[in-house]
Ligand binder design. Structure first.
Ligand code: GBH
Length: 462
C-alpha cells in the first residue's frame, strides 16, 4: 500500500472554455479562443467550444458526479469575458452570478473550489485594442479583473491560481501559432512570457494587500513542464536536459523564486529576452504561496551543436528550441497516449525532486496530470483501464517523490470529464467521465470509480 499524507488534497480539474459552452449567454464577451476556433483551419474538424459540455447549464449534475467520487477539491477557471465582456471596465452581474452559483453548489457538496483566473481565454477586445499579452497594459487589466474576482468570490474561495501554463500561451500561441492567437515569431514568446509574469505578480500584490489578511486564502501560479531525461551519460546531454527544463519551467519559476530569468536563457536569448527593472524584480520575487505544476510526459534530451538542424524541431517546440539546441526523442518502447505523448511515470517523480531541490522545497500542488484515451461505450458503460494504469503509475511516482522529501500537498486529475481539447477538438478524451457530445449524456468511466476508491483509502494498492 502506498499511503498519502493526511490531508492530501484529491481533486480534478477543468477549464472554462473547454467545458462551459453558452458562448454568447448572459452578456459574455468574445475571447480569442472563440475567434480562433471559428477561424477556418485552426482546429480539428473546425470544432469549437460553443456548446462544449454545456456545463454552464448542467453544473448541478456535474457537481453531483464530483460528490459521488468523493472529490475534496475541484479546480476550474473563470472566463474573464463573462466577468468583463471587453476585458476592462464594469463587471457583468450575470457572469458573476454564474460563478456564485457554481461556488455555492460546490461548497454545499463539501468540495473546495480552486479557481484559475486565466486559462487562455483572453477577451478579444484586449487583443484588438491593446495587442493582448504583447502589451504591458494587459498586465494592469489583468490585475483589475483579478480584483473583481477576489472581491466577489474571495469570501468563499481560498485557493487562487493566477495563470494556467504561461509556457503554452507564449510558445504555442506566439511561436508555433497552433493555439490562439496563432502568431509565429522568434521574439514574441519572450515578450509575452514577460508580461504574463508581471501580470501574475500584480494580481498577487492586489490579493496580498487588499484581501489576503481578511480572507485568509493562498495564491500561486501554475506552470506546465514535461520531464527531460539525458539521452546518454555524456556531460553534453546532461547539460542539454538541464537546459531544456530551465527553458521550460525555470523560465517562469526562477523569476518568482529568485527574481530573474535563468542565466542560461540570458546567455542564449540575448536581447530578445526582456529585462525586469529593479522594482519589478522586487514585485515578482516571492509572489507565490505554492508551486502549481501541470505535468504530462517525458522525452529524452540530447545536445545539438549550434547551427545544426534536426528533423524533430517542430516536435520539440522550436522557438525556444532553436535557442536551446536540444533534440528530443522518445524511447520506441514507451506506450503512447491518444495525444501521442509517451507514458513515463518516473518522469513526474524526477521533476518533483528537481523542483524541490531548485526552489528550496516549496509546497507543490499537481494541478493537472492525466491522459487521453479512446472510449468505447458498451451497454451504457465505459471501461478505461489505460487511464487507470496511467493514473496509478503517475500517482505511485508522486508517492515516491513525497517519500524522498518533496512537499506535494495535492493532486488534480485532468480531467473531470471529456471536453474541448483545444486545437484537437472533441475526439481527444481526457475525462474520467465520458460525454456524449450529441446528447450531452454523462457516463462515469471505470477510472472514476477507481479514483473514488483511491480518495476513500487515501492510498494506492500495490
Ligand atoms: C494542458 O496543457 C492544459 O492546461 C489543458 O487545458 C489541456 O486540456 C491539457 O493539458 C491536455 O492537453 O513532448 O513535444 O509532445 C498541456 C500542455 C504541452 C503538455 C506540450 C504536453 C507535449 C509536448 N502540453 N506537451 S511534446
Amino acid at each position: 500500500m502506498k499511503t498519502f499524507p493526511d490531508n492530501f488534497l484529491w481533486g480534478s480539474a477543468t477549464s472554462a472554455y473547454q467545458i462551459e459552452g453558452a458562448w454568447q449567454a448572459d452578456g459574455k464577451g468574445l475571447h480569442i479562443w472563440d475567434v480562433f476556433s471559428h477561424t477556418p483551419g485552426r482546429t480539428a474538424r473546425g470544432d469549437n467550444g460553443d456548446r462544449a459540455c454545456d456545463h454552464y447549464n448542467r453544473y448541478p449534475e456535474d457537481i453531483a458526479l464530483m460528490a459521488k467520487m468523493g472529490l475534496k477539491a475541484y479546480r476550474f477557471s473563470i472566463a474573464w469575458a463573462r466577468i468583463q465582456p471587453d476585458g476592462k471596465g464594469a463587471p457583468n452581474p450575470a457572469g458573476i452570478a454564474f460563478y456564485n452559483k457554481l461556488i455555492d453548489e460546490l461548497l454545499a457538496n463539501g468540495i473546495e473550489p480552486w479557481i484559475t483566473l486565466h486559462h487562455w481565454d483572453l477577451p478579444v477586445a484586449l487583443q484588438l485594442e491593446d495587442d493582448g499579452w504583447l502589451s504591458k497594459r494587459t498586465t494592469d487589466y489583468f490585475a483589475a479583473y483579478a480584483r473583481i474576482c477576489f472581491d466577489c468570490f474571495g469570501d468563499r474561495v481560498k485557493n487562487w491560481i493566477t495563470l494556467n501554463e504561461s509556457w503554452v500561451i507564449a510558445t504555442l500561441g506566439f511561436h508555433e501559432g497552433i493555439f490562439a492567437p496563432g502568431r509565429k515569431s522568434d521574439s514574441e514568446p519572450y515578450l509575452v512570457a514577460h508580461h504574463l509574469i508581471l501580470a501574475h505578480a500584480k494580481a498577487v500584490k492586489v490579493y496580498r494587500e487588499e484581501f489576503q489578511a481578511a480572507q485568509g486564502g493562498q495564491i500561486g501560479m501554475t506552470n506546465n513542464c514535461d520531464w527531460r531525461e539525458p539521452k546518454t551519460d555524456s556531460k553534453a546531454d546532461q547539460d542539454a536536459a538541464q537546459r531544456s527544463v530551465e527553458f521550460f519551467l525555470a523560465w517562469f519559476a526562477d523569476p518568482i523564486y529568485f527574481g530573474d530569468y535563468p542565466a542560461v536563457m540570458r546567455e542564449r536569448v540575448g536581447e530578445r529576452l526582456p529585462v525586469f527593472t529593479a522594482e519589478e524584480k522586487v514585485l515578482i520575487k516571492g509572489s507565490s504561496d505554492f508551486f502549481g505544476l501541470n505535468h504530462y510526459n517525458t522525452m529524452y534530451a540530447s545536445n545539438v551543436e549550434p547551427g545544426i538542424t534536426v528533423d524533430n524541431y517542430v516536435y520539440a517546440n522550436a522557438g525556444v528550441f532553436k535557442d536551446q539546441q536540444v533534440a528530443l526523442t522518445a524511447d520506441p518502447d514507451w506506450e503512447l497516449t491518444d495525444m501521442q505523448w509517451p507514458v513515463v511515470p518516473w518522469g513526474l517523480g524526477k521533476l518533483l525532486l528537481w523542483i524541490s531541490d531548485r526552489y528550496n522545497n516549496p509546497p507543490i500542488y499537481i494541478t493537472e496530470n492525466g491522459c487521453a484515451t479512446p472510449d468505447i461505450v458498451k451497454e451504457g458503460s465505459v471501461e478505461d483501464p489505460r487511464r487507470i494504469s496511467f493514473l496509478n503509475g503517475y500517482l505511485g511516482s508522486v508517492h515516491d517523490a513525497i517519500t524522498a522529501g518533496a512537499d506535494v500537498r495535492g493532486y488534480f486529475v485532468w480531467s473531470l470529464m471529456d471536453n474541448f481539447e483545444w486545437a484537437s477538438g472533441y475526439d481527444k478524451r481526457f475525462g474520467m467521465i465520458h460525454i456524449d457530445f450529441e446528447t450531452m449524456e454523462r457516463i462515469p468511466k471505470s477510472s472514476a470509480s477507481w479514483y473514488a476508491e483511491v480518495i476513500k483509502q487515501n492510498s494506492l494498492e500495490g
